[in-house]
Design a protein around this ligand. Structure first.
Ligand SMILES: NC(=O)c1ccc[n+]([C@@H]2O[C@H](COP(=O)([O-])OP(=O)(O)OC[C@H]3O[C@@H](n4cnc5c(N)ncnc54)[C@H](O)[C@@H]3O)[C@@H](O)[C@H]2O)c1
Ligand SMILES: [Zn+2]
Length: 375
């Protein structure tokens, strides 16, 4: 009998990594985790959901020694550890997401480690904007909205040929990439490093561009976490969810277990090697509607506040075109409605949730990560 597969899950204490850990163990694999238990995400240290069966390495992806220890005897790497969100730092993003990934690749190469595949967590954030359709001129890829436009409170994307307000449509993997905020740029660097290293060394690699992921274990402490977690903690505390722009901006929200399943799927399918795949649902949710839906489900129908703020460089709409990963047999299983119910049930078990976000939001405003439209 063959020895069981050994997987390394970096960031395996976090939202997506921890669900990959569970599914890898369920598949009969040996699992090691490399996670520095970033304080902002794990206020109370190592979370209880890290299974005892895991070989837990508390270490940092920015430290070569930690990689040497973590990569020993590993067949497959799921690289999920990253610094995320709309934080004001610049160097830290490039350090954790860019240099951290470079150190992983160098360690595998320099020690001739027999790693069979690297699956890297990329993001829909690498796109500049979503794809749109003009009623007259058809489909086009949007470009980042200039700040002068946002300052006027004009949020919609317009057709570059006739100026008509256009409708978001699913965005495929061929859309222009680049990103306009530091997180996006750092994820782009990470993705490209892994893909080009794979081509150069012949090691199978896969980049998964996740859309907005939510579900149990999404940090309630990190003020820069996902939108569902932020709205829920506000609502639970009787506070209005703060919605940017006009609330009609939209995102593709995918349940975390589905994202984890996509990872296991590409790990076991050679057809994925060398590829980039969107991982989403193909469905759009307007952020204002989401805030209202969460209020209703929580029994706190507090209307969202819309102070006319925006974040420079943020996309207006992003719906994943999931055709490419669907061709490998992937389909999300959890609807937004069911996923929210499961997430809220989990929140209900987490005891008192204070408003961790007020102070952080004030800080972001001071540093002008969040801006207010003039109108
Ligand atoms: N959650 C989303 O909506 C989303 C969307 C697109 C892409 N992603 C990507 O998916 C991956 C996982 O995200 P998540 O939502 O599970 O985030 P998370 O914050 O829940 O988990 C990240 C984990 O990485 C660890 N970590 C952070 N910096 C580290 C470092 N320097 N060294 C070692 N460990 C470190 C943290 O302690 C945490 O446990 C990230 O690469 C992220 O960029 C997430
Ligand atoms: Zn047009």
């Amino acid at each position: 009998m063959n020895a069981p597969t050994t997987a390394l899950v970096t960031g395996g204490a976090g939202l997506i990594g921890s669900h990959i850990v569970d599914q890898a163990l369920a598949a009969g694999w040996r699992v090691r985790v490399l996670d520095n238990l970033q304080r902002q995400t794990h206020r109370d240290g190592k979370p209880g959901w890290v299974p005892a069966a895991v070989d837990f390495v508390q270490g940092d992806v920015r430290n070569r020694r930690d990689w040497e220890r973590a990569l020993e005897g590993v067949d497959i790497v799921f690289h999920e550890a990253a610094y995320g969100g709309y934080m004001p730092e610049i160097a830290k993003f490039i350090d954790a997401n860019g240099v951290g990934t470079a150190l992983m690749l160098e360690t595998i190469r320099d020690r001739s480690l027999p790693v069979r595949k690297v699956v890297v967590a990329s993001s829909q954030a690498v796109y500049n904007e979503g794809a749109y359709r003009c009623p007259e001129h058809g489909r086009f890829y949007g470009t980042t909205r200039p700040i002068v436009q946002l300052e006027r409170g004009e949020y919609d994307l317009r057709c570059p040929r006739c100026g008509t307000v256009s409708t978001p449509v699913p965005t495929d993997e061929e859309a222009p990439t680049g990103g306009e905020n530091v997180y996006a740029i750092s994820k782009m660097i990470q993705e490209r490093l892994v893909l080009s290293w794979g081509r150069a060394t012949g090691t199978p690699v896969v980049a998964l561009r996740y859309s907005c992921t939510y579900g149990p274990r999404q940090s309630l402490f990190n003020p820069y976490t996902g939108v569902i977690a932020i709205f829920c903690t506000r609502l639970v505390n009787g506070l209005q969810p703060v919605v940017y722009e006009d609330g009609r901006q939209s995102r593709d929200l995918i349940y975390v277990e589905d994202v984890a399943r996509a990872n296991l799927l590409v790990a076991g399918d050679d057809r994925a090697d060398g590829g980039v795949f969107n991982v989403g649902t193909g469905k759009a949710a307007a952020i204002g509607d989401l805030a209202r839906l969460l209020g209703e489900r929580l029994g706190k129908p507090i209307p969202p506040s819309l102070p006319g703020e925006y974040r420079p460089g943020e996309m207006r709409a992003l719906i994943s075109d999931t055709g490419r990963i669907a061709a490998l047999g992937f389909a999300p299983r959890t609807s937004l409605s069911d996923g929210i119910d499961r997430y809220l049930a989990w929140i209900g078990e987490q005891g008192d949730i204070a408003d961790y976000f007020g102070a952080a939001e004030r800080l972001l405003r001071r540093r002008r990560v969040v801006k207010r439209a003039a109108s």
